[in-house]
Design a protein around this ligand. Structure first.
Ligand SMILES: Nc1ncnc2c1ncn2[C@@H]1O[C@H](COP(=O)(O)OP(=O)(O)OP(=O)(O)O)[C@@H](O)[C@H]1O
Ligand SMILES: [Mg+2]
Length: 714
């Protein structure tokens, strides 16, 4: 294939760009990712760049896999040595080689979200703070998604963060880090922070890694956070051959501290950077694109861009108003059944909780579907239990995992015994496993514990020379875990999951290969970044090869970068999209609008929007109304469909405009106002669509006048 002829003029320019920094900034579906792929192929084939000098960073492991696959098709064997990965995978790979330089033990494990939560809860329990794990979690995230660590946090943060006094937060942070390292573990954020530390303290190592990354590409650059920004900068070095691509209108990870300014100020950060703009959208029909453009135009904080459709015409975007969430799900299932070609269809939603009803209705209608996300496969109890055995075998310091398996399956080692042993470990300053070895000195009947230690020792030895599949089988044989599961009410499904894990391990050995420790790394990265898909029909892990004719269910966040011929975007209603937590701040609302834009622009041919007027939220029935974002869409672009789909009479009805509060006129400093949640306050500053109000209840808040629901008090 000629690498250039299948690209438009602007894309070609970007591909031909050779050395120095460059930015490709363009709207959805304009071929940014395609441009990156072609550029890499061009570097290899035409510029004779060595594949071992090219790094491409993508947002998810799935995207990395796809990119690599496409490149293999284009350049064959040359793709072998390419480094295509996410930021986290790249950092882990670096730390596996050089981790000791920043104090990591060779067999360190990566804790996923769930482990992180468990560890944190234990620490909070010791401090009698267990009532608020969520808040502390938020603070930890906040400290760890920034550079400058806890020092900067203490200097810069307000006195209370997420309702927690900052000194207390800092203390918990320290204890958490200590426990983590004590167990030979790192968490997800640590991967990036430690890679940065490594590079800053050991320039000679950075120099080595740079040779492996002479040409760097970053896709979805709009969603990089300061930590990723810094890592990119360090890797790019003094003479950056760095190409980043992105779309500020698709920045949807602000809640994880992604900073849109990274892309907006690229040309300032990298002087002399070339800028390429792509203006043709190849993905969606004109009808879909027009809706997308109408929506995103309403954001105030944005860079104007042109995006015109290559595909003319198309069917109107359909809108279904459901009386309740069940009807909505039933409608989706009916429409999908009518259409067929399930593999071409995606159902997208704002929150994971929405998937359950959809799954149920699809299952009833006999439609095969796979769910990406939700409680991921690797987070299931039985899967975690088995993996905990592997983790202890690879890293005997991992107390969290050790505690998980000590009495799973039950072997007569009670919580109080474990408690005594752990206390002993702490007093003696030894690891938990070491303490278990001294059981005789600590507890009166040590037989069970001793037998357990023998089992663990066997497994530690096995871990050296057994592949993951063999290892897991051995755990099952030696522990009798399957029999325990069989006795449980949902045992069958759990056993199926265990079997699926063995299958996954076998597949991994065939496709990737490596040690048990490598297998655990792969899982840790998949489990936290983007959970694997599970089949809705049988609750099994997706087999990527077989992923043929199934509907895909996923959150809007997970859908980034993807495309599908037919998209159902459900729950387009107030409190979901925009999400209830995003209503009071303009920035948050605009991020929600971008999320809606991302959803719309996933569709190639057909797009359905729907919402429900009634829905159960946390077990309570709630009434709601269509999303304010629907009012941004000119009515002639929508076609309302009846409960029985587009086969019924199609009438074009203007979506009722969101009832807005009477125009308030501009606020003035000093005015007294009332907010539905924060109560009374005083306007401190008013700038256009935004006001800053001081509330005695919560302090200063910046609010969007239009949406905050402020009332003047005379
Ligand atoms: N010049 C082109 N000719 C034909 N098809 C193209 C061209 N450029 C892009 N496409 C196709 O358009 C679709 C969108 O491309 P791509 O996914 O690269 O866009 P993107 O800008 O990365 O989108 P997003 O912002 O959603 O990540 C793909 O199917 C791609 O193959
Ligand atoms: Mg893309």
């Amino acid at each position: 294939m000629d690498l250039l002829s299948s690209l438009n003029e602007a894309q070609q320019q970007a591909v031909l760009h050779f050395e120095g920094p460059a930015l490709v900034v363009a709207g959805a579906g304009s071929g940014k990712t395609r441009t990156v792929v072609h550029r890499i192929a061009y570097l290899l084939r035409e510029r004779r760049v060595y594949p071992g000098e090219i790094l491409a960073v993508t947002f998810t492991n799935k995207a990395a896999g796809e990119m690599k696959e496409r490149l293999e098709k284009m350049v064959g064997g040359l793709a072998g040595d390419l480094w295509v990965s996410t930021f986290h995978s790249a950092a882990l790979r670096i730390l596996r080689v050089y981790g000791e330089w920043v104090g990591l033990k060779p067999g360190f494990v990566v804790y996923d979200d769930d482990d992180q939560g468990t560890l944190l809860k234990e620490i909070l329990k010791d401090l009698n703070l267990e009532a608020r794990p969520g808040q502390f979690r938020a603070v930890l995230d906040r400290i760890k998604n920034r550079l400058g660590g806890v020092g900067e946090f203490l200097r810069e943060a307000p006195d209370f963060v997420a309702g927690v006094p900052k000194e207390q937060a800092a203390e918990v942070f320290h204890l958490y880090q200590k426990a983590l390292r004590g167990q030979g573990a790192v968490d997800f954020n640590d991967l990036l922070l430690l890679a940065i530390e490594l590079f800053e303290e050991h320039p000679e190592i950075l120099a080595k890694v740079r040779q492996r990354a002479r040409f760097i590409h970053v896709d979805e650059y709009q969603d990089t956070n300061p930590v990723q920004y810094k890592l990119t900068r360090l890797l790019a070095g003094e003479k950056p051959n760095l190409v980043v691509v992105g779309d500020p209108d698709q920045s949807i990870y602000g809640f994880r501290n992604a900073d849109i300014n990274n892309i907006l100020s690229f040309t300032k950060d990298y002087p002399g950077a070339k800028v390429f703009r792509l203006e043709a959208n190849y993905r969606s029909t004109a009808a879909i694109l027009e809706v997308a453009n109408a929506v995103i135009e309403k954001n105030t904080a944005r860079l104007e861009k042109t995006l015109r459709p290559v595909k003319g015409g198309g069917e109107k975007v359909r809108l279904f108003r459901a009386p309740n969430a069940r009807e909505e799900a039933a409608f989706v299932a009916r429409e999908i059944a009518r259409r067929g070609s399930f593999g071409q269809i995606a159902v997208l939603y704002r929150t994971n909780a929405q998937s359950r009803l959809l799954e149920e209705h699809l299952r009833r209608a006999g439609i095969p579907a796979r769910l990406v996300g939700a409680v991921g496969f690797y987070e299931r109890r039985e899967v975690k239990d088995l993996l905990a055995y592997a983790r202890v075998a690879v890293n005997p310091l991992d107390t969290l995992s050790l505690r998980r398996i000590v009495n799973t399956p039950p072997r007569g080692i009670g919580a109080s015994t474990v408690g005594k042993l752990l206390e002993y470990a702490q007093k003696q300053g030894i690891s938990a496993l070491e303490a278990f070895r001294h059981a005789q000195q600590v507890i009166s009947r040590p037989q069970q514990v001793e037998a357990f230690v023998r089992l663990v020792d066997d497994l530690i030895e096995a871990a050296y020379d057994t592949g993951p599949r063999e290892f897991l089988k051995r755990v099952l044989e030696e522990t009798g875990y399957l029999e325990t599961l069989r006795a449980e009410p949902d045992g069958e499904e759990r056993i199926a999951n265990v079997e699926e894990l063995l299958r996954a391990a076998g597949d991994w050995e065939e496709e990737v290969g490596g040690t048990l420790a490598d297998f655990l790394d792969t899982i840790a990265l998949t489990a936290s970044a983007e959970e694997p898909a599970k089949r809705v029909q049988d609750g099994k892990l997706e087999d990527p090869e077989a992923g043929g004719d199934e509907v895909t269910l996923m959150t809007l966040h997970n859908a980034k970068g993807l495309e599908f011929p037919v998209v159902f975007l459900v729950g387009v209603e107030e409190n979901l999209l925009p999400h209830r937590n995003s209503l009071s701040r303009l920035e948050d609302l605009e991020e929600e609008r971008r999320l809606f834009y991302v959803g719309i622009t996933r569709a190639q041919e057909t797009l359905y929007l729907s919402y429900a007027e009634e829905r159960e939220v946390y077990g309570k029935r709630e009434y709601t109304r269509e999303s304010r974002f629907l009012a941004d869409v000119p009515p002639e672009l929508l076609e309302e469909v009846s409960a029985f789909g587009s086969a019924g009479a199609a009438v074009v009805i203007r979506p009722a405009k969101v009832e807005e509060k009477k125009p308030l006129g501009a606020f003035k400093g000093g005015e007294k106002v009332r907010h539905p949640r924060f109560g009374q306050g005083t306007v401190v500053a008013a700038l256009g669509a935004e006001v800053t109000v001081h509330f005695p209840s919560v302090g200063l808040k910046k609010l969007a006048v239009q949406f905050a629901g402020l009332e003047r008090i005379d």
